[in-house]
Design a protein around this ligand. Sequence first.
Ligand SMILES: NC(=O)c1ccc[n+]([C@@H]2O[C@H](COP(=O)([O-])OP(=O)(O)OC[C@H]3O[C@@H](n4cnc5c(N)ncnc54)[C@H](OP(=O)(O)O)[C@@H]3O)[C@@H](O)[C@H]2O)c1
Length: 290
Amino acid sequence: MRVAIIGAGKMGRWFTKFYLKEGYSVIVSSRSKEKLLKIRDEFGVEIADNVNAVKSADRVLICVPIENLEDVIKEIHSYVRPEQVVMDICSIKEIPVKIMHKYIKIGTTLGTHPVFGPGVKSIKNQNYILTPISNKEKVFAENFKSWLEERQANVFIVSPRKHDELMSVVLGLPHFLGLVACDTLLNCGNFFEMKRVAGASYKMLLTLAEAVASEEPEFYASLQMTLPEIEKIEGLFFKKSREWLNLVRRKDRSAFANKMELVKTKLMEVNPEYAKSYEVMHRLLEAIKS
Ligand SMILES: NC(=O)c1ccc[n+]([C@@H]2O[C@H](COP(=O)([O-])OP(=O)(O)OC[C@H]3O[C@@H](n4cnc5c(N)ncnc54)[C@H](OP(=O)(O)O)[C@@H]3O)[C@@H](O)[C@H]2O)c1
């Protein structure tokens, strides 16, 4: 099996290593010649332009930013053969799947989202989402799911729309909170002094803030601008912040405590495992403290 990886950036490099380890033959193409030569020298893989990579492969994995996906698909679509599978790995799925369907009429396409970054060591215990639409895609997705599960990944099959709704909450909101928290903390006085005297909750917040703020701005901007439900969810966060802030402003201690009690009760209702996760969080807090 020969895989063409298009895009020799962070994820393209990760998947090159991954498929080589799996014993696949890998050919890589990318826009920047420099990155391409680096990946060739480092991993000993073949390199080519996008079209020749597609022509020589059984399977194609497109690892470019969403903004560049349509250009790549336009360039390669007429070279896709009936037995080939073309997958993208964009972190949103509705737009990429539409783009692939618009141009690729021969072969099988599949929207995929590895929900992990290039820093992970292996696919074991990582989440991987597949978003097939047609029957042909569903059949391939089930096979690919089994293959990934043999490698101990957690695989989910959902529609592109459902994927994007989920990601608005599980990616978009924490990114937004991390950035706003980081921006706030940097305006709260001496950052390093606070870190020195801080307890576990501040350290947890800082972990999120620093992790998000150290990421690639273009990638994070792209997610915030394209996730479909993001404005609604972040708007809700803003509304909730105002509600809590109003209680603090009014110094309404009992209303604050009641609201917090309500949140705890609701959490217990939606997540009966809450007591257990609370224990886990406590252990986490203790670990951060030590
Ligand atoms: N990073 C993550 O944590 C993560 C996690 C899951 C999924 N993803 C998804 O993975 C994709 C890639 O992300 P990344 O972090 O690897 O981005 P990246 O490091 O910026 O790499 C993207 C690569 O695509 C290349 N490229 C752009 N246009 C191209 C074209 N027309 N033909 C060939 N190559 C082209 C770029 O070339 P240049 O070097 O010339 O710019 C670059 O090497 C994105 O869709 C992202 O949503 C990322």
